[in-house]
Design a binder for this molecule. Structure first.
Ligand SMILES: [Cu+2]
Length: 228
């Protein structure tokens, strides 16, 4: 093989390697969900009002069959993400629209409401307007997901809808579909990154239900990015 042929082959290999590196980097950047900003422009002493939803199937993107959370941005649009910038030492009033079905919990402990309050009562959420402190998932429609932030002591069980109802299959869901409204408040700590996630093994089709969406930021886990 002549010298110029060798140079051409090396050049080709180098071009392929560079292409792969760029492709991998782009795929990584593109797969990181956006962060919804509730911190910029926040007036100190006022609460942050936040609306999120849980769906049984996201219905679009690379994993259309996966369960997911979505977040309503301050401009009113629904964003497929679980990452939020929040101001420190601030009351956050959360409304969760739960569009998924549920099942009995394997661990009854996560049927308890902890680390949040409703109507000034600690350890309480409002389920369709009624105060609830613990959910017995063995009756009714069970629990579909939880909103849990272990380092903040937060756990909120999200009661399911009847699986035989005509449940929403493509997000963002609207309140025309069957849903439960869960409301609670908590106070953000000082600046830092605080993991939150669902603790129901809801990753259907994955080992023990704990793979897939349970392991993927933007679906069943995310971060409270608390800023000063
Ligand atoms: Cu879940």
């Amino acid at each position: 093989m002549g010298r110029s042929a060798k140079i051409a082959i090396v050049g080709c290999l180098l071009a392929i390697a560079t292409g792969l590196a760029v492709f991998t980097a782009m795929a990584f950047v593109a797969s990181t969900p956006p962060t919804v900003d509730f911190a910029t422009g926040h007036r100190q002493g006022t609460p942050v009002n936040m609306e999120i939803q849980t769906v049984g199937t996201i219905g679009f993107g690379v994993h259309p069959s996966w369960v997911s959370y979505l977040t309503k941005a301050p401009d009113g649009s629904w964003v497929h993400t679980t990452l939020w910038d929040l101001p420190a030492h601030t009351t956050v009033n959360v409304t969760i629209l739960q569009y998924d079905s549920g099942s009995p919990l394997r661990n009854q402990e996560i049927g308890q409401v902890t680390g949040v309050s409703a109507d000034g009562r600690p350890g309480t959420m409002l389920l369709n307007g009624k105060p609830v402190s613990v959910v017995n998932s063995n009756v009714g429609n069970g629990v579909g997901h939880t909103f849990s932030a272990p380092s903040l002591g937060i756990n909120v069980p999200l009661v399911g809808n009847s699986a035989s109802a005509n449940l929403c299959g493509t997000a963002p869901c609207t309140t025309r579909s069957p849903h439960n409204v869960i409301q609670f408040s908590f106070t953000t700590p000082g600046p830092g990154q605080y993991r939150w996630q669902c603790f129901v093994p809801c990753g259907l089709g994955y080992l023990y239900g704990n793979g897939g969406p349970m392991q993927t930021i933007g679906y069943m886990d995310g971060f409270l990015k608390v800023v000063a």
